[in-house]
Design a protein. Structure first.
Length: 151
């Protein structure tokens, strides 16, 4: 169940709070291939399972930006903001400490690291989403997502 914020004050007072985790999602070769088609990034480490067996990871891996894009799937499972409108303002720091092999399962865990009021009355919140690999020792991605919530 996501953490629910029903007011600007609720968001502002939760800075530093761990928000919980999303459900696990399996990274399939089909998903990786669709992302490759959408972005025209057909590098063999992503789309050629035979060649990738002998590559540096021993299998195909997801694109880093595919992993990052799944943050938009994870966030609504982590936090539910009861607002009039919200906008994705962007990302701060993003990094990819470990590759995601095809067949792996990943999920996002969120932490509200910063929140402040903006001049136009919104609350700008930075939620750090750490994308974990099931059974892994390092995260696949750590992204500071920035959203503006209008209450």
């Amino acid at each position: 169940m996501p953490v629910v914020f029903d007011s600007a004050e609720a968001v502002l007072s939760a800075v530093g709070q761990t928000l919980g985790s999303s459900e696990w999602v399996e990274i399939t070769q089909a998903r990786v291939n669709l992302f490759a088609d959408a972005t025209d990034d057909h590098q063999w480490i992503h789309v050629d399972p035979e060649r990738a067996k002998d590559g540096p990871f021993g299998a195909c891996i997801a694109h880093g930006y595919l992993t990052l894009s799944l943050v938009s799937r994870f966030l609504p499972q982590i936090v539910d903001v009861k607002m009039k409108m919200g906008v994705n303002y962007g990302c701060g720091k993003v990094r990819f400490p470990a590759p995601v092999k095809v067949g792996s399962r990943i999920r996002g865990t969120g932490e509200l690291v910063e929140a402040e009021r903006t001049k136009d009355g919104a609350v700008q919140a930075t939620i750090r989403v750490t994308v974990e690999i099931e059974g892994g020792t390092k995260p696949a991605c750590i992204a500071d997502t920035i959203s503006r919530y209008y209450f």
